[in-house]
Design a protein around this ligand. Structure first.
Ligand code: KE4
Length: 427
């Protein structure tokens, strides 16, 4: 596969951008070689600067559930850009997106728009601390919540991919307020909260772990967390930056019928442009400045372009039958992949919730981050390159999720299954 132009771009970018990329996970160093530089995308396909075409399952790490350059989204952006790009003043568009989110997400009475998932989680944690007057936070080993200092302890995504135990640059007196427990172990949460009960402000977690591959909550686990945190006045925060509007229109909290105190959103709610959000019960959200004393701000928060892309995307997702279509497409793909690993007797643990799916090269049944860490990342590397060379673009890491969009056709899915079957058969 010709990639000389990508290589040339890589040689330039490495000189002036750390790792040649503006986010570590885009770097191919853990699978070897260099990233493909993208020229354009449309629907479920992306095209690199050498003209190679790929069926895309990264979807910009989740946002593009409608596919790339969706005509309705593009038209809405073209219409709105002529009216100005940012005002630093409120607009009706922000209220419209906020209303859509409040109507869709059970835990959210009020919501503040920000510019990224990281800003959303950082703000939610500060708010939980301000609301409770407590300093400690509890997170789950392997969950990734963005690059917030005190949330990089035992994080997933790029932190796991690059084997960074934690991050450099985080002072000990910040990290020590972060407690970590394994996923799918409610007893560990209970005992940790009881040991620190009047000091823990919140428990934050991805209700479905999407940054160590995909790890689903065991039956009743989220309900147990809800009860335990309720008993001890600990704010329960669902980080639904990935799962929000992905696994259901109301997110994982609707899918599993468990309502947290606060929710963080991102990715899909911006439709491919920078939007994050945090929201929750009125009594908590009323503590946010200027109403309350918990400060959070942002020059471009609620930006009319990004909000327009988000509104347009969420309106299209609210149409009848959308999630059934996503479910059917993803189920077909997941079934085909499972048949391929089984037929070739390749140890694999498959995982799918709605239109997010992946599998681990391991014989274990993965229920937490330690289980995910048993995956054979060398085998994954072979799988990644086998697919890429056949025109299938998945995340360059065993510890990420794959995403099916509304515009992956039956043909695209079948082509993917055939390509994956050929690669797996050669393993
Ligand atoms: P951003 O700051 O990257 O918009 O969102 C941070 C974040 C928060 N919470 C969850 C559950 C997330 O998955 C993320 C970001 N996800 C990664 C990929 N798994 C983004 C890709 C990247 O880091 O470039």
């Amino acid at each position: 596969m010709e990639c000389s132009k990508s290589l040339s771009e890589w040689n330039k970018s490495q000189k002036i951008i750390p790792g040649g990329v503006n986010s570590p996970v885009r770097n191919f160093s853990k699978v070897g070689e260099h990233p493909r530089f993208i020229d354009r995308a449309r629907g479920c396909r992306i095209f690199d600067v050498d003209g190679n075409e790929y069926i895309d399952y990264v979807a910009s790490w989740g946002p593009l559930i409608l596919g790339h350059a969706h005509p309705t989204v593009v038209h809405a952006l073209v219409d709105v850009v002529h009216r100005g790009t940012s005002f630093g003043a409120p607009t009706p568009l922000e209220t419209e997106l906020a209303q859509i989110i409040v109507d869709a997400v059970p835990s959210i009475d009020k919501v503040r728009l920000v510019n990224s998932g990281t800003e959303a989680t950082m703000s939610a944690i500060r708010l939980a601390r301000g609301y409770t007057g407590r300093d400690k936070i509890l997170k789950i080993d392997g969950c990734y919540h963005g690059h917030v200092d005190y949330l990089l302890a035992k994080a997933g995504s790029g932190v796991a991919t690059f084997g960074l135990s934690d991050s450099g640059g985080v002072p000990e007196d910040i990290a020590r307020n972060t407690l970590t427990v394994p996923f799918n172990n409610a007893e560990a949460v209970k005992s940790t909260i009881e040991a620190n009960s009047d000091e823990i402000a919140c428990l934050i977690l991805e209700p479905i772990m999407g940054n160590m591959g995909i790890i689903q909550p065991k039956d009743g686990y989220l309900n147990q967390l809800r009860e335990i945190t309720e008993q001890h006045g600990v704010v329960l925060i669902f980080d639904e930056v990935i799962t929000g509007f992905r696994v259901a229109y109301g997110g994982a909290q609707s899918y599993y019928n468990v309502t947290p105190d606060m929710t963080c959103l991102g990715k899909i709610i911006g439709g491919g442009l920078p939007v994050g959000a945090y929201g929750g019960k009125n009594e908590i959200m009323n503590c946010v400045a200027p109403e309350g004393d918990v400060y959070q701000a942002g020059t471009l928060s609620g930006n009319p372009l990004a909000v327009t892309a988000g509104i347009t995307t969420l309106k299209l997702l609210s149409e009848p039958g959308v999630y059934q279509k996503l479910e059917a497409k993803a189920d077909t793909l997941a079934t085909g992949l499972a048949e391929a690993t089984k037929k070739n007797r390749i140890d694999a643990c498959h995982s799918r919730v709605g239109s997010m799916l992946m599998f681990y090269f391991t014989s274990e049944i993965v229920t937490d981050a330690d289980g995910a860490r048993t995956a054979d990342t060398d085998r994954f590397k072979d799988y990644f390159w086998g697919l890429l060379n056949k025109g299938i673009y998945i995340a360059p890491s065993q510890f990420e999720a794959g995403f099916v969009s509304l515009v992956h056709s039956d043909n695209d899915i079948q082509n993917t299954i055939e390509a994956a079957s050929e690669v797996i058969a050669q393993m």
